[in-house]
Write a protein that binds this ligand. Structure first.
Ligand code: FES
Length: 150
């Protein structure tokens, strides 16, 4: 079955069952491997992408349920003002360690700034609670979000 998805401003047509997780479609069908597979069970946040500006877990989102919603992945988040500011803050504060979770972290941070342009630390901790980082970069992530929001 063919499923049409609006991804990073382009219409992509995928021959796949509608129950296929969006994460599989992004990585295996479209080569958008910036979105990471962490747990595959909705627990880690590594696969976070945007659906109409809101953070969702691509491993828990069936492509057949996406409809006309606009998907944005880490490959295109830098084209938005908020995404560009976050990426600059991430680099300025040297947030990354191993880097594996950071695409998901930035996507969750961008979703937060989409709805709350000047978050406080509690807002940030609440919004980022579902994104795990095994290197423990949480303090730098929080600082980078505050910097991006300046
Ligand atoms: Fe989707 Fe962990 S890979 S939440």
């Amino acid at each position: 079955m063919a499923v049409e998805l609006n991804i990073n401003g382009r219409t992509e047509r995928i021959e796949a069952p509608p129950e296929m997780p969006l994460l599989w479609a992004l990585r295996d069908e479209l080569g958008l491997v910036g979105t990471k597979f962490g747990c595959g069970a909705g627990l880690c946040g590594a696969c976070t992408v945007h659906l109409d500006g809101a953070a969702v877990r691509a491993c828990q989102t069936a492509i057949g349920d996406v409809g006309p919603s606009k998907i944005v992945t880490i490959e295109a988040i830098g084209d938005t003002d908020i995404g560009a500011r976050l990426q600059q803050a991430w680099l300025a504060l040297d947030v990354m360690q191993c880097g594996y979770c950071q695409a998901g972290q930035i996507m969750s941070a961008a979703a937060l700034l989409n709805t709350k342009p000047a978050p406080d630390e509690t807002d940030i901790d609440d919004a980022m609670a579902g994104n795990l980082c095994r290197c423990g970069t949480y303090t730098r992530i929080r600082a980078a979000i505050l910097k991006a929001a300046e």
